[in-house]
Design a protein around this ligand. Structure first.
Ligand code: TRP
Length: 374
């Protein structure tokens, strides 16, 4: 495989080249299943309609299973390594959608990975997982009391750990290197742990066979390739089958590169005081032209505008409103200044409301998940 074709789930490029996924790894465009989604699920999720969820593996298999009334579940995970930002929120929005459709949810708090690979402090990780991740999920309206299993990787059931150990037998270091590049034991364990996260819901101990879909950022696809191979190799022994997956684009940071908690000036956190978030947003990169005169004449370029991206990802939920802003910008009638005023207004309103809910949510966290002792 060409070196450039490799994706590193632990160090994704500052700008992911999504085409690679189709070209080298055989994922399918999500657009191809949109009509079936509409027929089977009803209205597609707004991130599906807008092309943010842009690719999949075997999603058609899940649609078939759902249509036949079989048991279906979603597995996804969060690495509690930094504050919860609007990129994480996008995954929670997808979980809400699947929950409404009747999918069981398995939500992984990847504390083992954060410790071993990111080398963070245990107490810090646990605190962030509870007060940033779980609290924000609740505040965003995910109902953790309804058909949801949420767990820390270091504090779960014995059959899950047994599965990690068994998986280790059927993969070689050469295969691991072909997928991930050179890797140390921490990453080997993290990869097998993630495979168990994705596959364990099919085991008898967790209710028996069910179809699985994994909604993740595109940089996680290497883990899915490993997991699918492992499922094949354990089909006879454990009855495991390949999971399906969907891939979303990563939200850009306010400077146009990757949004990440390690670059706080360019991220919007759900706990940012509204005036702080507003200040950051005002400095965001837009698709504006060199001068007002030029912009009136040529129009702006929403495709290259971080503010427009935020509308698409979460600030504007109504498709017609989104189309209106797009057209006004393209037509040179909406300039970046007034447009940012509008975005700031939406963002501040959202954060104020959300943070009120967050306060209440923080008291509920330990009802739903048991934190590890150390
Ligand atoms: N590795 C993922 C991340 O960095 C977290 C994760 C752990 C995960 N287990 C998972 C994601 C299972 C999806 C499914 O964000």
């Amino acid at each position: 495989m060409a070196e450039g074709a490799r994706l590193d789930p632990w160090e994704p490029a500052l700008r992911l080249e999504y085409d690679k996924l189709f070209k080298y790894f055989g994922v399918k465009p999500f657009g191809e299943v949109l009509d079936r989604v509409r027929r089977v699920f009803g209205e597609p999720h707004y991130l599906m309609r807008r092309g943010v969820i842009f690719a999949h593996r075997d999603f058609d298999v899940v649609l078939d299973a759902y249509e036949r009334g079989e048991r279906v579940a979603v597995v996804t995970g969060f690495m509690p390594s930094g504050r919860f930002h609007v990129g994480h929120m996008m995954v929670v929005e997808q979980l809400k959608y699947y929950q409404k459709l009747g999918f069981k949810l398995f939500i992984v708090l990847a504390d083992a990975e954060a410790y071993a690979v990111r080398k963070l402090d245990r107490r810090e990780i646990i605190d962030v997982a509870l007060n940033e991740y779980v609290a924000n999920m609740i505040a965003l309206g995910l109902d953790l009391s309804r058909n949801v299993t949420i767990y820390f990787q270091t504090n779960y059931e014995r059959e899950y750990y047994r599965l990690i150990q068994m998986l280790s037998r059927k993969v070689s270091m050469a295969e691991m290197r072909a997928i991930y590049g050179e890797l140390e034991p921490a990453k080997v364990v993290a990869a097998l742990t993630q495979a168990a996260d994705i596959l364990h819901p099919q085991l008898e101990a967790f209710g028996g066979y069910k179809y699985i879909v994994v909604p993740v950022g595109a940089e996680q696809d290497p883990h899915l390739r490993l997991t699918r191979d492992l499922a094949d190799r354990f089909e006879r022994e454990l009855g495991l089958r390949r999971p399906a997956s969907t891939y979303h684009k990563l939200v850009s940071g306010l400077d146009g590169l990757k949004m990440s908690s390690s670059r706080p000036d360019y991220a919007i956190f759900l706990t940012d005081p509204p005036e702080v978030a507003a200040r950051k947003l005002r400095r965001a990169l837009t698709g504006g032209r060199a001068s007002v005169e030029e912009q009136r004449r040529l129009g702006g370029v929403p495709e290259r505008c971080v503010v427009y991206e935020l509308y698409v990802y979460f600030l504007v939920r109504d498709d017609r409103e989104l189309a209106r802003v797009y057209e006004e910008c393209r037509g040179g009638r909406l300039l970046c200044g007034p447009d940012k005023d509008y975005a700031v207004e939406l963002l501040v309103k959202f954060l104020e409301e959300h943070q009120r809910k967050l306060e209440r949510a923080r008291n509920l966290v330990e009802r739903f998940v048991e934190p590890p002792k150390f």
